[in-house]
Design a protein around this ligand. Structure first.
Ligand code: HEC
Ligand code: HEC
Ligand code: HEC
Ligand code: HEC
Length: 408
């Protein structure tokens, strides 16, 4: 994505087209793809897609985007502390995503954007982000009950702004309860439609908060207009614009979307090629690198430890690489650290298929040639197993019963 000109101004698509009309372009949440791999990580092609979506938000000047639980798995990598937050990160908002680790910083609870009105006056709009708790956040984050935090955050926001808008990725049925608890919210935009049936839920009023529901369809743009009333307050009117019929495709935007699709496709084929390439080079008998590190290969052990060899061959570890083949688009070099036998962590692509004897017992060439010199036991069996069977990869791992299964 390096070629994309980085925009620093916050002027959005609409303020450019409708000169003089103050506007903000916002997103209520659930705009990234949340498809996960087997262990819950964002797949490489999905990560590329998400990166393009966020770059589009930057290119088209989305002013504020609610960071919801659906975005967090991918966005976590952008929220790492220690680096200057990117321009897209500076547009993210969330009042109830909390960082539990020094490694990450959560976005601010609200952002304030100042608009210049047609009469030259200024209007400050505070935009709060709220999200449901599911899907569960990745390690390092906690999601608090949106209803519990909304009230105090809205009150604080009200002190710094003229209008308080909440972007809420919550269930439609929860909207009223949250709004009633947080009367300082003037307008709540709920992006929680999960079905076509929920697509056109009519607006509601809870106390003095106006609640609008966004459509389920991504090709539907919601427009909310604010009108100043003589008494000092304001009225609102909403409409949905179907981007299919009314608005012709923008050539540049279409090119951008096609480039995104191509990048995603290219990632899938690169992932597939990488796996196939590694598979073709990594059959244990074909790999010679092992000798340089004192390894000899499982076949060499078979002659003297036939029982162990037979038991191992029919167990899960000998076939641990097979699972990667079934998940070709999830493949990353990192998978090999647990699903294959690496001789040199710096040369992961030289790993051998399967988890072989020496992946657990260590280099065995010397022992195999002079068994009398001994080999040595695995001193700390538990940490050997847990180095791969982590809380993330094997949440239900029980050492004792697992040991019984693989005992040889
Ligand atoms: C030439 C025969 C031979 C080969 C090849 C061989 N071993 Fe052994 N291994 C032995 C003998 C003999 C012992 C000692 C048995 C005993 O003391 O009960 C032994 C013991 C072991 C032990 C127990 C260690 C200990 O200190 O008690 C392990 C583990 C082991 N071998 C693993 C391997 C692995 C893994 C390979 C292949 C890399 C291998 N062996 C190759 C003959 C062999
Ligand atoms: C930190 C170690 C580790 C890494 C890295 C890892 N895995 Fe795993 N994986 C495991 C363990 C351990 C299991 C067995 C889990 C269990 O059944 O308790 C497993 C199981 C699996 C399974 C299911 C196997 C079955 O029994 O059906 C798949 C599929 C899988 N992993 C794919 C991947 C892919 C793809 C990657 C790379 C993106 C990956 N893993 C990276 C440790 C790891
Ligand atoms: C997943 C890790 C793992 C793999 C793979 C593995 N082992 Fe073991 N092996 C162990 C553990 C743990 C023990 C018990 C602790 C010890 O004796 O070091 C053990 C014990 C042994 C023993 C001693 C048995 C005894 O009765 O004392 C031998 C011999 C052995 N393994 C050989 C092999 C051979 C040969 C292979 C490959 C065909 C193999 N192991 C693959 C983890 C593994
Ligand atoms: C190099 C990484 C690695 C190490 C070390 C390792 N495992 Fe595994 N283990 C895996 C992977 C990957 C799988 C999934 C293989 C599959 O199902 O295809 C697995 C699967 C298993 C399974 C079957 C799935 C399940 O959870 O029921 C058991 C049992 C198991 N391992 C026990 C152990 C024990 C006990 C140890 C320690 C002696 C150990 N493993 C060490 C990576 C490892």
């Amino acid at each position: 994505m390096g070629g994309l000109a980085r925009r620093v101004s916050y002027s959005n698509l609409f303020s450019e087209k409708m000169k003089g009309l103050p506007s903000l372009l916002v997103d209520g949440g659930n705009y990234l793809t949340d498809e996960r791999g087997y262990h819950g990580e964002v797949r490489p092609d999905v990560a590329v897609k998400d990166e393009w979506i966020l770059n589009a938000y930057e290119k088209y000047g989305v002013d504020v985007a609610n960071l919801s639980s659906h975005e967090l798995r991918y966005a976590a990598r952008l929220l790492k502390t220690g680096s200057e937050p990117s321009s897209i990160v500076r547009r993210l908002v969330s009042a109830n995503i909390v960082s539990e680790s020094k490694e990450f910083s959560a976005p601010p609870p609200f952002l304030v954007r100042e608009l210049t009105l047609r009469n030259g006056g200024k209007l400050k709009v505070a935009i709060i982000g709220l999200t449901e708790a599911q899907p569960a956040p990745p390690r390092g984050f906690r999601i608090e009950d949106p209803a519990k935090v909304a009230a105090s955050v809205a009150q604080t926001a009200k002190k710094t702004a003229d209008v308080v808008v909440a972007l809420a990725r919550i269930k439609q049925s929860d909207a009223r309860r949250v709004a009633e608890l947080a009367p300082a919210i003037d307008v709540m935009l709920v992006a929680g439609a999960d079905s076509v049936a929920e697509s056109f839920t009519p607006p509601q009023v809870a106390g003095r908060t106006q609640i609008y529901f966004s459509s389920f369809e991504t090709r539907m743009l919601g427009e909310l207009r604010f009108y100043r009333q003589s008494g000092g307050g304001f009225g609102t009117r909403a409409r949905y614009i179907s981007l299919d019929d009314v608005v012709p495709d923008d050539r540049a935007a279409l090119d951008f979307a096609n480039a995104a699709k191509a990048a995603e496709e290219q990632t899938r084929s690169a992932t597939k090629d990488l796996l196939e390439d590694w598979l073709s080079k990594s059959r244990s008998d074909a790999v010679k690198t092992q000798t340089s590190h004192g390894f000899t290969g499982s076949a060499a052990c078979a002659g003297c430890h036939q029982g162990q060899y037979v038991k191992w061959s029919s167990g899960p570890h000998a076939h641990a690489t097979d699972r990667l083949v079934q998940k070709v688009f999830e493949f990353e070099v990192g998978c090999l650290s647990c699903h294959a036998s690496n001789r040199d962590p710096k040369q992961m692509l030289q790993s051998i298929q399967g988890i072989d004897c020496e992946r657990c017992h260590g280099p065995g060439a010397e022992h195999a040639s002079k068994p009398a010199t001994g080999y040595g036991r695995i001193v700390d069996v538990k940490s050997n197993c847990l180095s791969c069977h982590t809380a993330d990869t094997s949440p239900r791992f029980d050492l004792q019963s697992a040991m019984t299964t693989v005992k040889h």
